[in-house]
Design a protein around this ligand. Sequence first.
Ligand code: FES
Length: 153
Amino acid sequence: MKQKQSIKKAETNWFYSETVKEHFFNPRNICKTEKELAEFKKEANGYGITGSPVCGDQMEFLIKVDLATDRIKECRWRTFGCASALASTSVLSEMITEKGGMKISEAVKLTPQDIIKRLHGLPAIKVHCSVLGDQALRAAIKDYLKRQGKESQ
Ligand code: FES
């Protein structure tokens, strides 16, 4: 109940939940430098890049998928987006790698609403920021499936 009230509050004004703030100040799996990104790119088997038509910001997402299990073992991302994009993508990166890694078939079903729920809400005007990470992950999954010759999945 308390969580529902918090989400409602976040969606209807400029309220940022503690989870949003925590991920903004301590983003998980982020690449802070060009070198870090280049290094992880060598190990990754899925890469996606996207831009937001709403604000023009950009997001890159890399995944390392275990070929035997089709689970996402590691990921990295980088954005020139805002605080909400940082928090959204940070929490998304946790969601897909926790508990042994999410299967590709499950990760592809994630939606911005799943991310917002885990963040305990985002101001309505910032919802598009959560779409940025979601779309970049989708692009990385598409790239992974293409590399594996599984494009039809
Ligand atoms: Fe561009 Fe948030 S305003 S990602």
